[in-house]
Design a protein around this ligand. Structure first.
Ligand SMILES: O=C(O)CCC(=O)C(=O)O
Length: 265
């Protein structure tokens, strides 16, 4: 199986963001990808005043990416979008996965919300406008188990352990919009740790560059193998990178260094 991660610079213009995402999916399909992954908040990353109206799981956002998957004949992980939430004040931060025929294969709502205050650097209270999900999600992509997570989830290893052990994931996706300040020191080391400790492929698709108001995303989208080797890393531009998933290699690593099987807790 060939996978692609798409690196995007979504801003205030939703139509332009969707067009850019569609272009990247087309490039992924042309590069032979079976599965393409987009970043967190693929359709809008801009001022809260212009936020698109939250949509249900079967709304226009879903229709757009379902059509892309069907037209291109590939699996599409549509990053995430603002789903209608449990009350008027909050949405869900939700990922959708579509199969090659455009059928919805999985829905995941971000569990860990980004509430941080790093003076002079990052001030973000995601839980004021987003409600947390409470369900781990794994889906089958052409016979390979894919575990779902979103951005800040990356800092919570117990989620990934559950995806790998209970969910039997062999690949885990991390659509993200990591900011520059934390991204430059934490992004790669966390992604590689999740890959090594769970002996899974990690597919991490990030937003890149400046987004109003004053948010700069780190990018460096990557595909990492279960040994922790970075197979592909995006340059600091909008674009895609691809890599091939080798399940034989994964099983070899799991049998030679059986740290998942050797767990005692
Ligand atoms: O964990 C981080 O440093 C970034 C998380 C984030 O930006 C998010 O979850 O939206």
């Amino acid at each position: 199986m060939r996978v692609a991660v798409c690196q995007l610079n979504a801003r205030d213009d939703r139509a332009a963001n969707l067009a850019a995402a569609r272009d990247l999916l087309g490039r992924a399909a042309s590069a032979g990808a079976d599965l393409a992954v987009l970043p967190e908040y693929v359709d809008y990353l801009g001022r809260s005043a212009g936020l698109p109206k939250p949509e249900p799981v079967d709304g226009e956002f879903a229709e757009f990416f379902s059509a892309a998957a069907r037209e291109l004949g590939i699996w599409v992980h549509a990053g995430s979008f603002h789903e209608v939430g449990p009350d008027d004040a909050r949405t869900y931060n939700t990922s959708l996965v579509f199969d090659r025929s455009g059928e919805l294969a999985a829905t995941y709502r971000k569990i860990h919300l980004y509430d941080v205050e790093i003076p002079g650097r990052v001030s973000y209270q995601e839980s004021r406008s987003v409600a947390p999900g409470d369900t781990t999600v794994v889906t089958d992509v052409d016979g390979v188990r894919l575990g779902l997570s979103i951005c800040y989830d990356l800092r919570f290893p117990e989620l990934y352990r559950r995806l790998a052990v209970e969910g039997e994931a062999r690949m885990i996706v991390v659509p993200a919009a990591f900011m520059m300040h934390t991204g430059r020191d934490h992004w790669e080391v966390l992604l590689r740790a999740r890959a090594i400790e769970n002996q899974c492929y990690v597919l991490a698709a990030g937003q890149i560059g400046d987004h109003e108001p004053g948010r700069t995303c780190f990018g460096r989208s990557m595909i990492i193998d279960p040994w922790g080797t970075v197979l592909a890393q995006a340059p600091d531009t909008v674009g895609i990178v691809t890599a091939d998933i080798d399940l034989g290699r994964l099983e070899e690593i799991r049998s030679e260094l059986p740290s998942l099987a050797n767990r005692r807790l």
